[in-house]
Design a protein around this ligand. Structure first.
Ligand SMILES: Cc1cc2nc3c(=O)[nH]c(=O)nc-3n(C[C@H](O)[C@H](O)[C@H](O)COP(=O)(O)OP(=O)(O)OC[C@H]3O[C@@H](n4cnc5c(N)ncnc54)[C@H](O)[C@@H]3O)c2cc1C
Length: 493
């Protein structure tokens, strides 16, 4: 794709190349107050995603600071039938946030979070990161279920479902979504809720970015911390089977305040582990108790008695600090490939397959984690929101993480083998926020019986599949040809 003095080349919705006259681009730049880039520092920042395997270069990036900017950008993309993507935090492993050759809507200027502590509500900008939400809500001793890494984008996480340490007690992130303000493919700015456009509100709670660009989320908040009790205990991998069996027993009977995830990897050089353990295979249990820290100390004490640990760290700490604890291990810049399976119960065979997979870890940063869920998220029926996996109580992620492209094939093969080995014990469902770029075929099973309704809602709100850079839900009737048309909105000149 080569630009020249008169025009730039871009990719259209059907994948073909087209020319955009520079004069037309200049008018768009003006309409967004200059916050449009085709190169330079801001462009590079906004096109770079968490997963270094994604090397997409948009033709144009619109750095949006308002609903009007978003509306303008959608109208521009549609007028030129441009491939369009939306970037929240840019964390999705599939890299759909960045349209290669197309127009990227960068929501990072919209990171504001406003808290109404009296009403226990947060209003979160479409480009906010999880750390932004935790910081603003914890200032009032309040919180909402989020993921485990503070630099993840709230937008993508919430629209796909969202689970983390508070989920067993307080549900998924979407279970706490009260309303969302979004711009549709037609350019309509809507605020959707249980009372207003209920079908669309249903669809965005799990349906990902398929239905519009969310500029603001309204969330119900709950008292959380600010001090919580956490524990991390590392055992030698030689004891993994015994430890995982005891962990399974504990998680099956734990109070909803207590969440314990299991991690199999090579020991990082953490201060609470003796130097001789660093780099050896370990099984690590990570626990958080959301409630009285003294009660948390009692609830997590058995984790230390499962065997003879290499080391542990436990005690009360600020919830905000705990939420950032895994950031260094999950920083942007590495190559990443994931394969995930979900389980209602963890059969012995699944545990054996995980242990077998951990013996073949292809690198020092690769890991297998098993999230323990259930509790409040499972009390919502599987068709109450688009997110269908309500019966899931364990999610396993074979997280391949490495640095050199020369290792791509080895790591992918390892992750796929572990996925295959655990598949006979899994639900067959999936979580769209964890699906890689090559897993579009899993979208239908991820949504199960909700898929047909999602396609109907997609047909109603995005019949031309303008929002297709995601784990895509195609409209009920695929249009014979992609239409190029202006949206109904009035564009700013
Ligand atoms: C290190 C790491 C840890 C993670 N931990 C967890 C976890 O604990 N729990 C969990 O549930 N998930 C977790 N995830 C997965 C995470 O939920 C997804 O990667 C999610 O998509 C991230 O959101 P984002 O805004 O950063 O993504 P992006 O890559 O920016 O976007 C992902 C998709 O969402 C769409 N999108 C984003 N924002 C908007 C918006 N405002 N309006 C419309 N569409 C939008 C994009 O178009 C794209 O299709 C983790 C991911 C990483 C990389």
């Amino acid at each position: 794709m080569t630009n020249n003095a008169d025009s730039i080349v871009y990719r259209t919705l059907d994948g073909s190349e087209a020319q955009l006259p520079r004069g037309v681009l200049s008018r768009f730049v003006g309409a967004l107050g200059g916050h449009v880039t085709t190169g330079g520092e801001a462009y590079e920042r906004a096109r770079t995603t968490w997963n270094a395997m994604v090397e997409h270069r948009p033709a144009v990036i619109a750095h949006c600071s308002s609903t009007e900017d978003v509306t303008e950008a959608i109208a521009f993309a549609r007028a030129h039938t441009m491939l369009l993507s939306v970037r929240g935090g840019g964390h999705h492993v599939a890299g759909n946030a960045v349209a290669d050759g197309g127009l990227e809507i960068d929501l990072s200027p919209m990171r504001g979070v406003r808290v109404d502590a009296a009403k226990r509500r947060a209003f979160v900008g479409g480009g906010a990161l999880l750390g932004d939400v935790d910081a603003a809500t914890q200032a009032h001793g309040l919180g909402v279920p989020l993921g485990i890494n503070s630099t993840t984008g709230f937008g993508g996480l919430c629209l796909g479902g969202g689970f983390g340490w508070l989920t067993r007690k307080l549900g998924l992130t979407i279970d706490n979504l009260v309303s969302a303000s979004l711009v549709t493919a037609e350019g309509d700015a809507l605020t959707v809720s249980a009372a207003n456009e209920p079908d669309l509100f249903w669809a965005i709670r799990g349906g990902g970015g398929n239905f519009g660009v969310v500029t603001s989320f309204e969330l119900a908040l709950h008292p959380v911390g600010p001090l919580v009790h956490s524990a991390i205990v590392a055992y030698p991998a030689s004891d993994a089977r015994d430890i995982l069996m005891k962990w399974r027993e504990l998680t099956a009977n734990a109070p909803e305040e207590l969440t314990v995830w299991a991690l199999l990897r090579k020991a990082p050089p953490l201060p609470f582990l003796p130097a001789e353990v660093h780099g050896t295979d370990v099984v690590v249990l990570v626990a958080l108790y959301v409630g009285d820290p003294a009660e948390g100390a009692r609830a997590t004490a058995p984790l230390l008695r499962f065997g003879k640990p290499h080391g542990h760290v436990a005690g009360p700490q600020p919830y905000v600090a705990f939420q950032q604890m895994f950031d260094p291990l999950l920083a942007a810049g590495a190559r990443n490939y994931w394969k995930t399976n979900e389980f209602v119960d963890l059969a012995d065979g699944a545990i054996d397959a995980v242990i077998e997979g951990s013996r073949a870890l292809p690198g020092p940063e690769c890991e297998i984690f098993i999230a323990s869920l259930g509790g409040a998220m499972g009390r919502v029926s599987s068709n109450a929101t688009a997110y269908a996996g309500r019966s899931t109580r364990y999610v396993m992620n074979a997280h391949g993480r490495w640095r050199s492209p020369a290792e791509d094939a080895t790591v992918r093969t390892w992750a796929r083998a572990l996925f295959d080995a655990t598949a006979p014990f899994a639900t067959g469902g999936g979580y769209v926020n964890f699906l890689t770029a090559d897993e579009q075929a899993r979208v239908e099973s991820a949504y199960g019986s909700n898929y047909a309704r999602l396609r109907d809602v997609k047909e109603r709100f995005d019949p031309d599949n303008v929002f297709r850079m995601n784990h895509n839900i195609p409209p009920r009737e695929i249009p014979r040809r992609v239409k190029s048309r202006s949206t109904r909105i009035t564009r700013r000149e």
